[in-house]
Design a protein around this ligand. Structure first.
Ligand code: SF4
Ligand code: SF4
Ligand code: SF4
Length: 307
């Protein structure tokens, strides 16, 4: 029998109710940044808003941009189930700024903490936060937990997935080790984040987080007064992010939330604690769900192949 997503969500609700009133899970220590963590540095003072990075992201990820009824491409106003990267424009009458928006690849990602089935994972070496559909039940707790409102859902798909930037990890061919020495680009050309590779202004660059941080600090020191704040957004916010920002307008005006330096945001713990209380029932329940969903995906794939 095929298990529908609706049934799966009902089961989750039941499991949550069964779990209420049980024991409380101990909060774990926040994650720290890996010495080989990869990242991106975006500098608003260099971006000209050409959106080459947005087009490259669509192409590299085989995504179809949103189109209107006449089939004309509509520039999205936000990240969505088809869009992993956008450029926004900020204007306040005296200043303008472009702003690149995608997954921040948090050092201690709330989305990973909120996903009970391990569909979102943080790579232990590169720190890239990846997603796999294998056991995803579409509960969207990761969306709820993300402090940057990044994770999106394919509402218009019969088998919806979570959609977010995965640092173009599928482009990184075997042997293209991110720890090899040499400049910011640690993957051969054509293997790194497509958005950074096409940027004509070097407004977004990629590489090891430690080196990007050093580069950002150097820019601040060499160009006094250029940036609104002499600091790098993402160095500490929410426990740190692997996507870093330099800006000539206040970070919060660009939509970057003011976050403390604490690790995994509280929301993820609240979600987890609510769900994991009483442990046994949810574990059995989610185990059963995972098997059912894996089976559904196989059935779906063979039906697709027969079409
Ligand atoms: S490609 Fe570079 S300059 Fe163009 S919009 Fe993207 S980040 Fe800005
Ligand atoms: S920005 Fe959101 S989706 Fe990306 S790693 Fe952080 S919590 Fe997860
Ligand atoms: S790293 Fe890849 S998926 Fe992420 S924003 Fe850049 S092009 Fe898009």
């Amino acid at each position: 029998m095929k298990l529908s997503r609706r049934s799966a969500l009902k089961l989750i609700s039941a499991g949550t109710a069964m779990a209420a009133g049980g024991t409380t899970v101990m909060a774990r220590e926040p994650r720290t940044v890996s010495p080989d963590a990869m990242g991106m540095l975006y500098d608003t003072t260099r971006c000209i808003g050409c959106k080459a990075c947005v087009t490259a992201c669509y192409q590299a990820n085989d995504l179809e941009p949103t189109r209107d009824a006449d089939g004309l491409h509509q520039a999205p106003t936000d990240l969505d189930g088809h869009t992993k990267n956008i450029i926004k424009l900020y204007a306040d009458g005296t200043r303008t700024s472009f702003f690149k928006y995608q997954c921040m690849h948090c050092v201690d990602p709330a989305c990973v903490g909120a996903c009970m089935l391990g569909s979102l994972k943080k790579d232990a070496v590169t720190g890239i936060v990846g997603y796999t559909t294998d056991y995803c039940v579409g509960c969207r707790y990761c969306q709820l937990a993300c402090p940057f409102n990044v994770a999106k859902f394919e509402f218009d798909s019969p088998v919806p997935k979570i959609v977010k930037c995965e640092y173009c990890r599928h482009r990184q061919a075997e042997g293209a080790t991110p720890t090899a020495s040499g400049g910011f680009s640690r993957y051969p050309k054509g293997m790194g984040p497509a958005c950074a590779e096409v940027c004509p202004r070097g407004a977004v660059i990629y590489g090891k987080r430690t080196e990007l941080l050093a580069e950002a600090r150097q820019r601040i020191a060499q160009q006094p007064g250029l940036y609104f704040e002499d600091r790098v957004y993402g160095e500490t916010e929410g426990g740190g992010t692997q996507v870093l920002y330099l800006s000539h307008v206040p970070f919060q005006r660009l939509g970057l939330p003011r976050l403390s330096g604490d690790g995994i945001p509280k929301t993820a713990y609240q979600i987890q604690e609510g769900l994991y209380r009483g442990m046994v029932a949810p574990v059995v329940l989610y185990g059963a769900l995972a098997v059912a969903i894996a089976r559904n995906r196989k059935t779906g794939a063979s039906e697709e192949a027969q079409r």
